[in-house]
Design a binder for this molecule. Structure first.
Ligand code: ADP
Ligand code: MG
Length: 462
């Protein structure tokens, strides 16, 4: 992987990849303040460190959801200061007295050969995303029913292609299929992005034979977010061959994407036609009824897990379901926030409380998109959007571009690689650099601070 020294911050080479967790805890305390630190972050432990990702241990599922919905971005940002190569964090639920045991088990896994090792780390299915807790509604019933059928009757629908917008349950369904089939099959579950990562790594290490072998021997091949291959010729080439060889040997292939095969952008025609050669099903945005069902189910889970009574009136449930318009991930994030408020204040929530709690959540998650940020920023600086996204490096274009990347990181939930892609396919390290530069400038430079604030309020007003 390419490495860069950014802002001369601490740089950790691959050989010395041992994080000092207590130092990071100290940084957390400083950033988040004592109260949040003591109730949440202090309880996070470091389970395992890999070159570009970490497994952190947390005590409960609720704890994990809460941390993920509220603090993940900031945690990632903080840990990155100690480990630049970090791209993601995963959480594992570990009861306190079991922590040491878990570490041992994960170490056992590492005794396999290297390529396997690095792939295994991404091939873990999440036991919490199963068919039992996937709630059926009009927007997803077809996708759900064929996902189940694909498990009962392997290769009948091949490939099974599930498409739909973000946060609507694609990964959940793919994961559920993997769980269902894993006991009797060799299941491979990987995102297209990770697939590419291993592909490139294998090319660099001259280890394509192992790579091909590894992926082609699975009997169930599940690949998430295939839209990622857009514009990546050699990756498409490799995927095409993997696909064909899996089909030839009678493996089941399951694919998810944010759009239908025919709508995939900059993807070879022959591949699109392969992708649509089985069954294509889609998931739509949830209707009110499904959102209410999901809220009620999640409430049940919380009540069961914590043996506590959290009552939300129908009015409040309705309000949350109506207001949360984009997707199910947002809906769950919002619900977690309401539940935490309820827990802290220990009183029945009124609609007014609810509106207050959710005001900034909705402002931040729903309204602000990368497109919108790009438009507002380019308008603000009076430059054409195409110029702002171009490869030209002159300062009058580069600064607004960096500001837009910075705001995309701060105001949306998009990941660094995704932001990079949306800025004319730039690398995520370019985005990190932009975020750091603008963070620094907005602290030092009044003009920059003013610009940022004005742009932010323009974004929030719209
Ligand atoms: P996608 O991969 O389409 O972006 P995910 O599968 O990650 O979406 O879903 C986002 C969140 O919403 C996850 O926490 C998932 O468990 C939850 N979710 C989505 N659909 C449902 C559903 N029908 N029932 C229960 N939870 C759901
Ligand atoms: Mg997903």
């Amino acid at each position: 992987m390419e490495k860069k020294i950014i802002n001369q911050k601490i740089y950790i080479s691959e050989e010395e990849k041992t994080l000092e967790w207590s130092e990071i805890q100290t940084a957390f305390k400083k950033t988040f303040g004592n109260e949040i630190y003591n109730s949440w972050l202090q309880k996070i432990s470091l389970v395992k460190e890999y070159n570009d990702y970490l497994i952190l241990g947390v005590p409960t599922r609720f704890f994990r959801d809460w941390i993920v919905s509220r603090y993940l971005d900031k945690i990632l940002e903080q840990v990155k200061n100690f480990k630049l190569s970090l791209t993601r964090i995963e959480f594992k639920i570990i009861e306190e007295n079991k922590q040491n045991q878990e570490i041992l088990q994960i170490d056992e896994l590492n005794k396999v050969t290297e390529i396997k090792d690095s792939i295994l780390n991404y091939n873990r299915l999440n036991p919490n995303l199963n068919f039992n807790n996937f709630i059926e509604g009009k927007s997803n019933d077809i996708a759900l029913s064929y996902s189940r059928k694909a498990c009962e009757n392997v290769t009948r629908y091949n490939p099974l292609y599930i498409c739909g917008g973000v946060g609507l349950g694609k990964t959940h369904l793919l994961n559920a299929i993997g769980l269902e089939l894993q006991s009797d099959n060799n299941v491979m579950f990987i995102s297209a992005e990770r697939f590419m990562y291993h592909f490139i790594k294998s090319i660099k290490k001259n280890d394509m034979v192992n790579f091909k072998d590894f992926f082609r021997k699975s009997s169930i091949f599940i690949i998430d977010d295939i839209q990622f291959i857009s514009g990546k010729e050699s990756l498409q080439e490799e995927f095409f061959h993997t696909f064909n060889s899996l089909m030839d040997k009678g493996s089941q292939i399951v694919i998810s994407s944010d759009r239908a095969p025919s709508k995939l952008d900059r993807v070879q025609e022959r591949l699109k036609s392969r992708l649509s050669g089985g069954l294509v099903v889609d998931i739509d945005v949830p209707d009110l009824e499904l959102k209410i069902k999901i809220i009620k189910k999640k409430m049940e889970e919380i009540q069961y897990q914590f043996k506590e009574n959290i009552n939300l009136s129908d009015e409040v449930i309705n309000y949350i379901a109506t207001e949360s318009k984009t997707n199910i991930r947002e809906l769950i994030g919002v619900l977690n926030r309401v539940v935490a408020f309820n827990r802290v204040h220990n009183k029945e929530l009124t609609i007014t409380d609810c509106k207050n709690i959710l005001k900034d959540v909705f402002n931040q998650i729903r309204v602000i998109t990368i497109d919108k940020i790009q438009n507002v920023v380019s308008n603000y600086f009076n430059i054409a959007l195409s110029e702002m996204l171009s490869q030209r490096r002159s300062r009058p274009l580069a600064r607004p571009r960096q500001i837009a990347m910075y705001l995309a990181k701060k105001m949306t939930t998009r990941s660094l690689p995704e932001i990079g892609r949306r800025f004319a396919n730039r690398d995520h390290t370019t985005v990190i650099h932009a975020v750091k530069t603008i963070t620094r400038l907005s602290e030092q430079d009044d003009e920059m601070k003013k610009n940022i604030n004005q742009i932010k309020s323009l974004l929030l007003e719209q």
